[in-house]
Design a protein around this ligand. Sequence first.
Ligand code: ZN
Ligand code: CU
Length: 491
Amino acid sequence: MQYDLIIRHGDLIDGTGAPRRTADIAIRHGEIAAIGDLGGAHAQTEIDARGLAVAPGFIDTHTHDDWMVFQSPEMLSKVTQGVTTIIAGNCGISLFPLVTDTIPPAPLDIMRGGYRFESVQAYREAFAEHPAAVNVAVLVGQSTLRARHVKQLVAPASAHETELMRRDVETALREGAIGVSTGTFYPPSSAAPEDEIVRMCEPMRRLGGVLVSHMRDESDRVRESIDETARIGKALGVSTVISHHKLVGKQNHGRSRETLAQIGELARTMPLCLDCYPYAASSTMLRPERVTQCDRILITWSATHPEAAGRYLEDLAEEWGRPRREVAQALLPGGAVYFIMDEGDVRDILAYPDTMVGSDGIPSDETPHPRLWGTFPRVLGLYSRELGLFPLERAVHKMTGLAAQRFGLERRGELRIGHVADITVFDPATIQDRATFEDPRQPAVGVRHVLVAGVATLCDGVPVSARPGRFVTSTLVKTDARAGASAAAPA
Ligand code: ZN
Ligand code: CU
């Protein structure tokens, strides 16, 4: 048998969570064509994967890479981690459908300059024309829709405005969005009551899709927020994802036991799961009112004082001889890393069986949170290998099979014959994140080969200038838009 590529003698970790086994894997026409002992088969290219793990390409379930796929299509921060698919449009923030030359309100400003797509279709076509090194699937964001249609962002939307958002949701799903993200934590959406969201998302009742939520409150009212998220998902009858589950503020540390039990209970009656990044610090827009919630705050960017990026607010406050809150106010608009979580909670949440891995990296930050470059190798190296939080097979499942299943990403997430050949080969003994809070753009080590639809994006640890990424749709969305999905693939 003649194949395009054979990866030989690797330890196959197939994405289902099953124990690894040594086998060869062959690729033809961008798909997995054979798995097993392929001693008699030949290929133009062969990779010797002895001693290495061969896994499905990692799926970054939580990103803000909508604009980065165009700005930096080589996607080095993701490719070097073994990521082959990203889900964009999280936290209520999507680039589409919004066309504006002005800077939209925070946190939409993290993708400033990119708001030039009047629809998901326009974005999809642009991506087909200028593909990146990773596949992209998109959610349409609540705050983007509110910024587009709602005049008084500090108030609930009028019936007419809600109807306009509802139409946009319907169009987005028909054009290939995999679902809707809400971001009621953030100013543009915090005034939206529960029933506005249900009305806005009404097309999901018929068309399906995934509801992904950056919840209203991850602090004292986290239980109420989980209940609200679940109620909305249930009212719509859709698969629901709690974004970057965490417990913010010292008084809430240790409550993951309580919230995970609550989520587990709710998940008995509906498809409900979560994503998480493996760090005890969060990162988002700079909010002076939050400075009392944690001791240390690292500035990631500031429009008024660019030189503050990479500095701690505490140090600036001392230098300026002014209170932290005042300094934070003076730095606006900006972004920050908040050392605000408890490591025990991070581990409990990460270890929860239905937790997927999502980096939540913010590529536009001057000094980004290290999760942008380190998330996946950190889960595999630190949390699985070194701390033994879960076996490697389970870690891989969280970033592949589980994610593909929960988002309905067809023929991805598992090593199976007929699946798209999105494959990551890594060294389980050495894989490790290198990015730190002080030096956040350090590529991880240990990822050796990455293939997207059979095309190498990383070869022997070195990024290759290939752009095989495709626009990916979801089987959970029931429209004919999916039919065009593979047609959008580059030839
Ligand atoms: Zn978020
Ligand atoms: Cu996010």
